[in-house]
Design a protein around this ligand. Structure first.
Ligand SMILES: C[S@@+](CC[C@H](N)C(=O)[O-])C[C@H]1O[C@@H](n2cnc3c(N)ncnc32)[C@H](O)[C@@H]1O
Length: 292
């Protein structure tokens, strides 16, 4: 497993939510406002949303408020600890919760009421490296993911795009741009080594990393999807984002150390400087693709 901790996901959640591209999200809202009456769906028919690599459910917490009043989410991750954390975090986040089956097992359904929205949540432990075909065979109105697609391989993206039939809204796919301030002499070499680490196997074969979003755009465009892209960078500033910047730099330095591409003294100097960084920008893209 790639081993994302719930602490790390919690630390980044507010930066993730701030970074999402508002104009593209508006296009998603508008699509469902226009499309559902066209399909003769009543207001009470839940929108069926599947979230790939859900972590602790941050994507649901960001999107639920802008989607229709009745929603049915399937949250998918291969890490049972994260699915448990998702269940607990969503239970606290909701205004009111009922679980039809008692107990805290991740496979029991959660029914949440949040700001007037009726949200049913199912949790599924699935290794998406192996089982994406089965997931995409389900009836889905919207497939979504956050901070997920840079982990997968080009071959996996091809298989995924071949099987995709539903609209896709994927946010916060890393594009490789990092700008730290103040600048440090080792910034570029650390970033190059970080990208080399990113290209290693994260369970799906050698990762697409920063190339992922362009691969999805190309693959879906040739399959006749209407694909829209918009930038969603993290814009982090001290002091409010200091803890996130420090955790980010620490994680990057640990990954870079594994590549043996940077002298230890340079990496140590870079990390010390980054503990005191004033700001940083991390590039991401959001993508909304609708089948014709
Ligand atoms: C960067 S985290 C993003 C989590 C969440 N979407 C968010 O925005 O907070 C990537 C997620 O993908 C999940 N993941 C990685 N490889 C996976 C696989 N093969 N099958 C299912 N989930 C996977 C991880 O467990 C993790 O929760």
């Amino acid at each position: 497993m790639t081993g994302f901790s719930s602490q790390w996901l919690s630390l980044r959640e507010s930066a993730d939510h701030r970074a999402r591209n508002v104009a593209l999200r508006q296009e998603v809202i508008q699509h469902f406002e226009e499309k559902r009456p066209e399909l003769g769906k009543s207001e009470q028919t839940p929108l069926r949303i599947t979230d790939l690599g859900c972590g602790t459910g941050s994507n649901l917490r960001a999107l639920a408020e802008v989607l229709p009043a009745y929603q049915h989410w399937t949250l998918i991750d291969y890490d049972p600890a994260l699915l448990n954390a998702a269940r607990m975090t969503l239970s606290k986040w909701a205004d009111h919760v009922t679980a039809p089956n008692s107990g805290t097992e991740t496979n029991t359904e959660l029914r949440c009421l949040k700001n007037g929205k009726q949200i049913t949540v199912n949790f599924m432990q699935v290794d998406l490296a192996k089982n994406i075909g089965n997931v995409l065979d389900n009836k889905i109105d919207l497939l979504t993911a956050a901070a997920f697609f840079d982990l997968v391989s080009p071959e996996w993206i091809t298989r995924f795009c071949q099987s995709l039939k539903a609209p896709l809204f994927t946010v916060l796919t890393y594009d490789g741009i990092e700008k730290w301030s103040p600048a440090h002499f080792a910034d570029q070499s650390v970033l190059n080594a970080f990208h080399a680490h990113q290209a290693t196997d994260k369970g799906f074969g050698l990762s697409a990393g920063p190339g992922a979003i362009e691969m999805i755009r190309t693959q879906l465009s040739i399959r006749n999807f209407n694909v829209r892209l918009a930038q969603s960078p993290w814009l982090l500033q001290a002091p409010e984002d200091q803890a996130l910047m420090q955790a980010l730099a620490t994680g990057s330095a640990a990954a870079v150390a594994q590549t043996n591409q940077i002298a230890t003294s340079d990496l140590t100097a870079w990390l010390s400087a980054r503990m005191l960084a004033q700001s940083c920008e991390i590039g991401h893209w959001d993508l909304f693709a609708i089948p014709h």
